[in-house]
Ligand binder design. Sequence first.
Ligand SMILES: [Zn+2]
Length: 216
Amino acid sequence: MWHVAIIGAGAIGSPLAFGLSQRPESGEVTIIDGDQVQLSNLARQPWYEAQDVGQGKAALLARRLQPDVAPVRLQAVPHMLTEDNVDGLLSSADLVMDATDNWETRLIIQDWAARHHRPWIFNSAVRLEGMSTCLAPGGPCLKCWFGATTSEGPRCFEAGVLGSVTLAVAGQALRLFDQWLKVPGQPSALWLVDGLAGKFRAINPGSLRCHHYGIG
Ligand SMILES: [Zn+2]
């Protein structure tokens, strides 16, 4: 049985949690998010309702998506992921799926993944564009793809994001999850979603090898 952790229970995290809850292979799924439901979330996060405003997202999502019969078990952690709690919260995670809205948290996940030699699936959606890739030990890391410094881009709650882009990114992430189940350890291409043209594009990592953590 695998243990998959989803960091974030928003516009990408909720469809991800739904997709994983429908896959028996998911095993144990932990949803980590310290946020509460806000009225502005409802348009892009249809798993929450108006009566949920003010309640913790992670617990709501875990409760609503828990299948009756499937062997998948959903659990919630009502905290934001930080440098201080990452090792404890992710200690038994085989794979982490990023559904955050900021680069600071993604770098915490990346450093954890490098320290413990675990894979993770990076996801991002801002305005009309989205990205997904599976980052495996030995392959390119987040810093290889985007640079070692956090040139913090706009966050989706400040810049806005198209609902179809977050759903497309979540769908692509679930496809990367299925691929990881078949061939664990395989780094993937970087998938770009163009929400305006309605197209996906893949950038192959080629011979890109990580030199940030002394691996590869
Ligand atoms: Zn690297």
